[in-house]
Design a protein around this ligand. Structure first.
Ligand code: GRF
Length: 211
């Protein structure tokens, strides 16, 4: 049973999907602690309502010293015996310090089919680019933002008339499916180094016949 920390900054709907999944019998991971960098993160109250230990470790007192904030988080993770970290709407860019300490043990969820549309405003950008497929990715965290290897992805269509909000809602429903799946794989030691077919939860179209 792997001990997991979830780091959040906001509402925590992905956190909730992980709390629900890990409460299922036989799930190979348990949530040891939920950590937020903001006291007003909505997910903190929800985690407490589920009986999960929570910590607020604000970044503001450290000013521009990101590494000092991360050292505090790292110490808390170690004190809680954490083995895997899930970033779930954690809105801080990590420095090489925390990424290095948790290399191969830290996951993030991003609302696009990476490597397409890393960074912010993914849904606006996907619609503006005329993308026909959108989706979400759970990936290992590396130093480059949203660049680490994908563990699980799900695709959804971009429909005529979609707004960033309607597309975000369709993608979010899939986020809540793939994060519990990805954490299960990670807890079982799966690295996700296989091909796209093993990372994508949606069925892929059959390959065209070879001439
Ligand atoms: C999600 O869309 C996630 O992919 C992105 O931030 C959002 C967080 O939402 N990284 P929530 O706090 O999990 O509801």
């Amino acid at each position: 049973m792997k001990k997991v920390a979830i780091l959040i900054s906001g509402r925590g709907s992905n956190m909730l999907s992980l709390l629900q999944a890990t409460a299922e019998p036989g799930y190979p991971a348990e949530i040891a602690v939920v950590i937020a960098n903001r006291a007003d993160a909505g997910g903190i109250k929800q985690a407490q309502a589920h009986g999960i230990d929570t910590l607020v470790i604000p970044h503001k007192p450290h000013g521009p010293d990101r590494a000092a904030h991360e050292a505090e988080i790292d110490a808390a993770l170690r004190a809680c015996g954490v083995e895997l970290v899930c970033l779930a709407g954690y809105m801080r860019i990590l420095t090489p310090f925390l990424v290095g300490r948790w290399a191969g043990r830290m996951l993030n969820i991003h609302p696009s089919l990476l490597p397409a549309f890393p960074g912010l405003h993914t849904h606006e950008r996907a619609i503006a680019a005329g993308a026909k497929l959108a989706g979400c990715t759970v990936h290992w965290v590396t130093e480059g933002m949203d660049e680490g290897p994908a563990l699980v992805q799900a695709a959804v269509p971009v429909l005529p008339g979609d707004t960033p909000d309607t597309l975000a809602a369709r993608v979010l429903a899939q986020e809540h499916v793939i994060y519990p799946l990805a954490l299960r794989l990670a807890a079982l030691g799966e690295t996700g180094s296989g091909d796209a077919a093993s990372a994508l939860v949606n069925p892929l179209p059959a390959a065209p016949p070879q001439p």
